[in-house]
Structures are given as structure tokens and as C-alpha cells.
Design a protein around this ligand. Structure first.
Ligand code: PEP
Ligand code: MN
Length: 370
């Protein structure tokens, strides 16, 4: 798939505005507060898909006139969320400049197809948020449906993934998924929606800096004149003034440089890192060899593969070591999960190998010797 830029301005692109359009006065106050903060696109949700009923579900079509007024009074381009064909027709009728597909819509191929069909022949850029669940193919699939409908000005919006339980973030970023998207589609613009990733205003700035450091094409930020009074997503919204301060405080770093000193130093580090990676793989392979030996013994004695007590002890020890070595608990948990999962898979192969015959753990083959 090939794409054309949605935004022809210098990077990073700034998209900002309230989570929801609540009243005409609130929409206009936000837009006027933002118009001198260098934003490229003004956002406001008119139709709000909410996780649970009873929450504010948007003002609907009357809000489109408010966005038209924003355009007239401030000259800003405007965007809103569409979730079905009727929303698309209404937006096209009211001259909305850019549409976005929300996370709860991207997840549903029927809805995305309906939107894509409604957009056939239209020349309007569309932003596609990631689905609520970390399903890379579903995200790419939604983009593909729009592409097949003839749209080229498409950008992705990374807003993180739903989670259950305690986390610093409202939606886990899983940065690697956005990085994978950047690598697979180098001409697809990717915007980081830090507001929905964070869910709280105190960590917005550090997350915005992270997005800059990862070379996103821009940011989407929720801004409200009175954040605590917002009818939706109050905890993550900030005032236009605070927004301006945050953006001005971010460090822009160059994508790369040909400075020979930089190149030489980086080359040295990279050589060392490559050596370490080789050692890491060797070490993990040695560990797996032992795991397979244990598999042979467990099989002989008819003992279960998964030993919860042992796993608990291993996890505690690893977390302690991780802490001593400045490795985050999240990293240790992921590492442990990956290694443990592979160990279980390898032991299961041993356990399920043909009953008769001698097992060859050492050779790296799991089939029974005949
Ligand atoms: C929003 O942008 O206000 C919104 C509802 O976002 P998401 O679809 O990412 O939850
Ligand atoms: Mn929101």
C-alpha cells in the first residue's frame, strides 16, 4: 500500500481540541485558545462511542455547525470521529476537513467497511485509530479497507490498548506495534494520541517527549478550557495555555546525522551490542538445553510440566535481580513470560514425544530415537 501525506506541513503535526464538543461556547473558546499555539488541526468528538451507557454520548449533528464556525472564525482545519455511513455523509455535507475512525470502530470490520463504502469517491483524509485490542492486523486491515475504497490520504493514530488491572497508563502503549507500522509502511503518517494513552494529565509531557523521540509524525492532544468540568475524559484534558507550554517544552531531536564522530561512536557501540546479542542467544540456547534435560527427567517420573511453586520463586528472584540492575518490572515480566513460555513448549515436545525409545535432549531434537 502507498499513501499520500494528510499533512503537508513540517513535522511534528499538532492536532488538539476537546474530547467532546459540549456546547458552542466551549468549542469556540477552545479553538480560540488554540489558534495561536501552532496547531494544524482542531479536533472535537460530535458522536461519542462510550464504553458504558449513561455517559455523555455527544451532541450529534448540531455540533457540525459549531465546527464550521471554528473554521470561519479561526481558519483552523477541523476533524471529528465517524462511526457509520450517516456520520460520513453528514461530515462531507458540512465540509469537515479530516475524519477519524475511533478505536471502538476500528475493531469492527463491518463498521470500517461501511465507512469505506460511504467514502468511495470522496477526497477527504481519514485518520485510523488503533483498535482497542492489540491486534496489529486489525489495524492494518482497517487502513486497507479505506485504501481499497480509493483513499490515499490516510494516517494512523496510536492511542494505546485496553488493559485490565493497575497500570500507569489508561491504555497500554505497546510502542513496538507503532514502530512495526512505521517500518512496514514508511510513507504512512503516524500520530500519537498521548491523551488516550495516558488518561491523566500529569504524564502527558513525558509521553509526548517519548513520541517525539520515536519519530512520530505528530501528536493528538485533548484540550478543554475547563478540563475538570469536561463532560468526557476530564482527567486527561489540559487548558490551551498548558498545552502551549507543554508543546514548547518538548525537545526536537534530529532523525540522524552524518557527523563522523557520531557515526564512529555509534558504530563501536553497535558492534558491542551485536556481540552481546550473540552471547544472549547462546545463553538462552544453553538454558533451553537444561530445560529439555529436565523434561526428560519429568517424563521418566511422570511429573507435570508446569510447577507453580518453582515459577513463583523464579519470578521473585528475577524481579530482585532486575531491580538491582535497573531493569523495569515490566521488562522483567515480559522477559520471564517469553522465556518461560518457550521452556514449556520445549518440555511439552519432550513429554509428548513417542512413548517408546530414548529421548535425545542434548542433540536439540525432540523426537524419540528409534
Ligand atoms: C476520542 O478521541 O475522544 C476517542 C473516543 O478516542 P478513542 O477512539 O481512541 O477511544
Ligand atoms: Mn476522549
Amino acid at each position: 500500500m502507498q499513501f499520500q501525506p494528510v499533512f503537508n506541513s513540517d513535522r511534528p503535526i499538532q492536532i488538539a481540541g476537546p474530547c467532546s464538543a459540549e456546547t458552542e461556547a466551549q468549542v469556540l473558546a477552545t479553538a480560540h485558545g488554540l489558534k495561536d499555539q501552532g496547531i494544524h488541526l482542531f479536533r472535537a468528538g460530535i458522536w461519542k462511542p462510550r464504553t458504558r451507557p449513561g455517559a455523555f454520548e455527544g451532541v450529534g449533528t448540531p455540533g457540525l455547525k459549531w465546527l464550521q464556525r471554528v473554521k470561519q472564525e479561526t481558519g483552523l482545519a477541523v476533524t471529528t470521529e465517524v462511526a457509520n455511513a450517516q456520520h460520513v455523509y453528514d461530515c462531507l455535507k458540512y465540509g469537515i476537513d479530516v475524519l477519524w475512525i475511533g478505536a471502538r470502530t476500528t475493531v469492527n470490520p463491518f463498521s470500517v467497511q461501511e465507512i469505506a463504502d460511504a467514502l468511495e469517491g470522496a477526497d477527504v483524509p481519514v485518520l485510523v485509530k488503533n483498535p482497542v485490542n492489540p491486534d496489529y492486523k486489525l489495524w492494518v486491515g482497517a487502513i486497507e479497507r479505506l485504501h481499497k475504497a480509493g483513499l490515499r490520504r490516510i494516517a494512523a493514530v496510536h492511542r494505546g490498548f485496553s488493559t485490565y488491572g493497575d497500570s500507569k497508563y489508561r491504555n497500554l502503549p505497546r510502542w513496538q506495534m507503532a514502530i512495526d507500522l512505521m517500518q512496514e509502511f514508511p510513507d504512512l503518517e503516524i500520530i500519537c494520541d498521548i491523551s488516550h494513552i495516558c488518561g491523566r494529565r500529569d504524564i502527558l509531557a513525558e509521553t509526548a517527549q517519548k513520541a517525539y523521540d520515536l519519530n512520530y509524525d505528530g501528536l493528538m492532544v485533548e484540550v478543554h478550557p475547563e478540563p475538570d468540568q469536561a463532560w468526557s475524559d476530564a482527567a486527561q484534558q489540559i487548558t490551551p495555555e498548558r498545552y502551549g507550554e507543554m508543546i514548547r517544552g518538548l525537545m526536537r531531536r534530529v532523525a540522524s546525522t552524518n557527523d563522523p564522530e557520531y557515526l564512529a561512536r555509534i558504530e563501536n557501540y553497535r558492534t558491542e551490542i551485536d556481540d552481546i546479542d550473540e552471547e544472549l542467544i547462546q545463553l538462552i540456547a544453553r538454558r533451553m538445553l537444561l530445560v529439555r534435560e529436565i523434561g526428560v527427567v519429568k517424563k521418566e517420573k511422570n511429573v507435570a510440566v508446569l510447577q507453580p511453586e518453582r515459577f513463583r520463586a523464579l519470578r521473585e528472584a528475577l524481579h530482585r535481580r532486575g531491580e538491582k540492575n535497573e531493569l523495569s518490572p515490566e521488562f522483567i515480566a515480559m522477559l520471564l513470560e517469553a522465556v518461560h513460555q518457550e521452556s514449556i513448549t520445549q518440555q511439552e515436545r519432550i513429554m509428548n514425544a513417542a512413548e517408546s525409545g530414548k529421548l535425545k535432549a542434548k542433540s536439540g531434537k525432540w523426537k524419540a530415537e528409534s
